[in-house]
Design a protein around this ligand. Structure first.
Ligand code: XMP
Length: 520
């Protein structure tokens, strides 16, 4: 059953690196959209999805190449607005009777300036107010003849057809990428497009909450559901939402693997049991996990051990709640998009992230994933809508394997204790300086080296640690946070004075890529 009652926009993905940004721009305007790879968008799909408008994304292919991706021709007979971006523009021109050619010094990469042609166009309302408009280009091929019915509304030095439109059919085709940050007026561009396409901005968290609750009830019926709680935002929001839908049919399982931060288990248990009255199994399995990790220092081995033990523990508790039929997960939209890869090829494994992907199959459980249409910031908005405390909703992400992957080399109880104390001091510093919400994630890693220091009149020989703090939108790419020297100096002093076992502090300034956020 499709319980969507809001207006829908379809993004046909031709594989651009920035397609997700189109979705983000639209969601920010309260417009519901979905990204689907072009291979999946058939005539039947189009009529069943019934979008109110369609955007064709950019992509790495060349329309000149035989067998290169196309949109279904029926799209252009649906009578709905279509916007083509970069490769999407070239697809439109090719399919509607224009011509695309390659090379001859007309490639453009990076910043470009567009001048208006003089004719007005609702799509460009608010543009060109201060002269030529800055945009971001990334194309090798170019349109050399526009399709019949189209007019030119803007040109750049290397793209005489940078903005074209057939206003009688509501078709728009642009060579640049309005979704990227380097097109400063891109937000206005999308606002204009959704306005002319008749979107009223009906995608709100209140509407989503009601729709999700109806869907969960329909899917689950009177069966039992278990939900693995990590204390992170995603699983917490999923649990509260599902509890609102099905009440005590839901049992949450919070596994304490002994790799949590200071005070974490108490915070999570209090929040769920005391504030929400959600049935919660607090499984203290720290001996099991730490015992199995004893003597292990290889990052992948550690992750695999932890992943397997999670499965064992869940299995035990699924039985103990009297036969759950469903497993709830806080899967987000970026995970769903990534799983339908453009090329269809498997991407290289950088780290085997612990998740419970293999679990449902093994245990014969079906999945309930009420957040699979949301981005992280939308999950936070839904959490606020559901009344979760701001301190919970705004929490930094915390990885499933916990402190194990912040302790390169062998994990010992002593190192974990040091890590917990150091992490608490570091986060306290960040909060005190009002920086917590500006930072995507911050933590301390304890390094497998001991260094010589001097404290008072004595020699010390203690562990070195690395501080990490990054900014990011979705964790896929990240940059280090530019703390002031004063902040770093003060934090280092506090760590060395307050945490027994650490005598040296470093700050990790690696971006991702080439680094990753976690050390292991
Ligand atoms: P990396 O280190 O891959 O981390 O740059 C990206 C984001 O994912 C988190 N992370 C994990 N989360 N299970 C999780 O639930 C994992 O195994 C895992 N490994 C990394 C990491 O904290 C960061 O937010």
């Amino acid at each position: 059953m499709d319980t969507h009652t809001h207006q829908k926009l379809l993004i046909i993905d031709f594989g651009s690196q920035v397609t997700q940004l189109i979705a983000r721009r639209l969601r920010e305007l309260n417009v519901y959209c979905e990204i689907h790879p072009y291979q999946n968008v058939t005539d039947a799909f189009l009529s069943q999805f019934a979008p109110q408008a369609v955007i064709l994304s950019g992509g790495p292919a060349s329309v000149i190449d035989e067998g290169s991706p196309r949109a279904p021709q029926s799209l252009f007979n649906m009578g709905i607005p279509v916007l083509g971006i970069c490769y999407g523009q070239q697809v439109m021109m090719t399919q509607l009777g224009g011509l695309v050619e390659t090379g001859h010094g007309t490639a453009e990469f990076g910043r470009a300036f567009i001048t208006p042609s003089g004719k007005s166009l609702p799509l460009l309302e608010g543009w060109f107010a201060g002269g030529p408009e800055q945009v971001w280009m990334s194309h090798g091929d170019h349109v050399s003849r526009i399709a019949p019915g189209f007019d030119v509304y803007g040109t750049s030095p290397n793209a005489p057809f940078a903005i074209t439109a057939d206003t009688s059919r509501n078709f728009y085709a642009v060579q640049f990428h309005p979704e990227v940050h380097h097109t400063p007026n891109g937000g206005q561009f999308y606002r204009n497009f959704v306005k002319l396409a008749g979107f009223t901005g009906d995608w709100t968290m209140k509407a989503y909450r009601e729709q999700a609750i109806a869907e969960i009830r329909e899917q689950v019926g009177d069966a039992k559901v278990i939900c693995g709680l990590s204390g992170g935002v995603d699983s917490s929001v999923a649990a509260v939402l599902i509890h609102e839908a099905i009440g005590d049919q839901l049992t949450c399982v919070f596994v304490d693997h002994g790799l949590l931060r200071k005070g974490e288990a108490d915070e999570v248990v209090t929040m769920f049991r005391d504030n929400y009255n959600i049935p919660l199994v607090h499984a203290d399995e720290s001996e099991l996990f730490l015992g199995a990790l004893d003597g292990q220092s290889d990052p992948e081995t550690k992750r695999k051990i932890i992943g397997k033990l999670f499965i064992d523990v869940f299995e035990k508790h699924a039985k103990s709640v009297g036969g759950a039929k469903f497993l709830a997960q806080g899967t987000l939209y970026p995970d769903v998009i990534e799983s339908v890869s453009f090329s269809g090829g498997p991407s290289v494994t950088i780290k085997s992230h612990h998740n419970v992907g293999g679990l449902p199959e093994k245990m014969g459980l079906k999945l309930v994933e009420p957040l699979r249409e949301l981005f992280k910031d939308e999950v936070r908005a839904l959490g606020r809508e559901l009344g979760l405390p701001p301190s919970f909703v705004g929490r930094h992400p915390f990885p499933g394997p916990g402190l194990a992957i912040r302790c390169p080399g062998e994990i010992t109880r002593q190192k974990l204790d040091i890590l917990r104390e150091a992490d608490a001091v570091y986060l306290d510093q960040i909060r005190k300086h009002g920086l917590y919400d500006e930072i995507w994630q911050a933590y301390v890693a304890i390094l497998p080296v001991r260094t010589v220091g001097v404290m008072g009149d004595g020699r010390t020989y203690d562990y070195a640690c690395a501080l990490r703090a990054v900014t990011s939108v979705d964790g896929m790419t990240a940059d280090y946070y530019p703390f002031t020297h004063d902040f770093l100096g003060e934090t280092a002093t506090r760590l060395i004075n307050e945490v027994k076992g650490i005598n040296r502090v470093t700050y990790d300034i690696t971006s991702k890529p080439p680094g990753t956020i976690e050390w292991e």
